[in-house]
Design a protein around this ligand. Sequence first.
Ligand code: KMH
Ligand code: ZN
Length: 277
Amino acid sequence: MTGTLITVAPTGAESSKADAPALPVTLDELVTTAKECEALGASIIHVHIRDDAARPTLDQGRLRATVAALREGTGLIVQLSSGGSVHDPEADRLAVLDAAPEMASCTMGTVNFGDDVFMNRWEFIVDLHTRMQERGIVPEYEIFDLGQLTTLQRLLSRYGLPAGGHVHVDLVMGVPGGMPGTAAAVVACEQAIRDLPEGTTFSATGIGRSTIPVMLASLSAGGHLRVGMEDTLTYAKGRPVESNMQLVARAVGFAQLAQRPPLTAAQARELLGVPAR
Ligand code: KMH
Ligand code: ZN
């Protein structure tokens, strides 16, 4: 078993700055957060950006500036979200790839998302996957429900391995409408991942209060960790999260307890097939 890949997802598209003042929404806030999380042990940053009014946006100029600033200021693997917000049109989500990130997310199916629907049609998934192959962008396949792992198997068998040749999935657990954030669900996914190409790796994140059970289960099952204010705004009962760094520090502590210390960004690149800088 190797060390632990720690992804920080600092912002997301769902929470407002008014509700969570520590949410990084400006480029400066994002870069500062990224540097501090890297120093603590994160190796990937999963990025959603905001506009001047702190609303989620997929503005191309901002995306490009964000990729450039994160590459300049950190050694982290820069992973742009192609999921955006539930309101973003498919064309804008595909255009995220034009900002040339090293990695991008690629969700494996439609899922109820609270009161909304996060749409991911088969043809759209195929488009994202094949465009990433053509451009050498390494995908992280986002899995919100068990059956989406079977969709991934179908995708890979019809359209081939991703850029870099390595398959990495992220289990996003505890979304109202998706799979629960439980140890049993982590184990069920880990069993299904065995049917994917040899060497497939996974990370997991639990939304809200499922964050701790999912972290512990993932580490026990040989998985990696994603943490951050995209997924978790409460540190403990009655205690709002103070910063993304607080969540990364906790994940690093758990990984060390499991005797699987954090991978550096260079080690993460090697594991995932992301070209070295
Ligand atoms: N904001 C969610 C609708 C991703 O980044 O790829 C989708 C999401 C997944 O967060
Ligand atoms: Zn996201």
